[in-house]
Design a protein around this ligand. Structure first.
Ligand SMILES: Nc1ncnc2c1ncn2[C@@H]1O[C@H](COP(=O)(O)OP(=O)(O)OP(=O)(O)O)[C@@H](O)[C@H]1O
Length: 265
């Protein structure tokens, strides 16, 4: 199993740099509150390199907050989050940018730059942040656009594309930064139903042909079944059950998981 919910034996001690069992992402007793609302409660889980972990659970159970913590968009109140053994929230914040470079995210809304064409949307960050030459970035950008089926739309502006096409550009843009970890937050929720399959096919392809580690929040249970190595079921800020998709989707142990799946499947 690539994700587990067992508290680490060394809780309280700083994480070792290169953990023997090769964990890439680790949440160690992480608590996050918004005011009096405890959104994540002493959360522990980990994911190994190259694995695909899907987070499921009712609305408001804290799934998106986990991705936002990894993006350093919000900060934990307690506990430690490490990427390949490196603390994502060290006292010295200068180091965080390096750790964060490992992580790309695709959001529900595509958030493309409306005034830039598709290729420029993809090349801007690699040039500015990774220091690639414009030519290198464009070559890689074209390859990625081919991969998401939009190799002929380099010059289009985002508004000239369908929502599904825009989301595929957003996926290519995240990959252009060569992240080791890809976070996917309900990436098909804002799409018209007929556009969902094209985006999920692209993600299936990435899951099956690359070694990128994925953490995915989705309500698309068939997709989750296809790509996941592990599924974590959340309720009220805790993982109440985890396991491979064939177990969680067909024979869950918890009544709450059964209830949730019968409502969404
Ligand atoms: N910035 C914020 N300020 C205050 N409360 C917040 C903030 N972000 C999230 N919350 C609250 O935290 C709780 C968990 O939200 P989160 O978005 O992580 O849940 P979720 O499981 O992803 O839900 P959904 O499936 O509906 O997206 C919710 O009660 C939400 O209202």
């Amino acid at each position: 199993m690539s994700a587990d919910i067992t508290p680490p034996k060394t809780a309280g001690e700083p994480a070792a740099k290169h953990l023997p069992d090769g964990e890439l992402i680790r949440f160690d007793r992480v608590t996050k509150r918004f005011g009096k609302n405890t959104v994540l409660d002493n959360l522990c889980f980990s994911a190994r390199p190259g694995k695909h972990v899907t987070l499921i659970g009712p609305s408001g159970s804290g799934k998106t907050t986990i991705l936002r913590l990894l993006m350093t968009l919000v900060t934990p109140d307690e506990g430690t989050i490490t990427i390949d053994g490196e603390n994502l929230y060290p006292a010295d914040r200068r180091h965080v940018r390096e750790v964060r470079k490992n992580i790309g995210m695709v959001f529900q809304q595509f958030n493309l730059f409306p005034n830039m064409n598709v290729l420029r949307n993809i090349t801007e960050a690699p040039v500015r942040v990774l220091g690639l030459s414009r030519d290198e970035a464009e070559e890689r950008g074209r390859e990625l656009l081919d991969m998401v089926g939009l190799g002929d739309r380099c010059a289009a502006k985002p508004t000239q594309l369908s929502g599904g096409q825009q989301q595929r550009v957003a996926i290519a843009r995240a990959l252009a930064m060569r992240p080791r970890i890809l976070l996917l937050d309900e990436v098909t929720s804002a799409l018209d139903p007929e556009l969902v399959a094209g985006v999920l096919d692209v993600l299936r392809d990435i899951a099956h042909t690359t070694d990128i580690t994925m953490l995915c929040v989705t309500h698309e249970m068939n997709f989750a079944r296809d790509i996941s190595d592990d599924v974590l079921m959340f309720d009220s800020g805790k993982v109440i059950e985890s396991g491979p998709p064939e177990k969680i989707f067909t024979d869950p142990e918890q009544e709450r998981t059964r209830e949730f799946l019968s409502a969404v499947l």
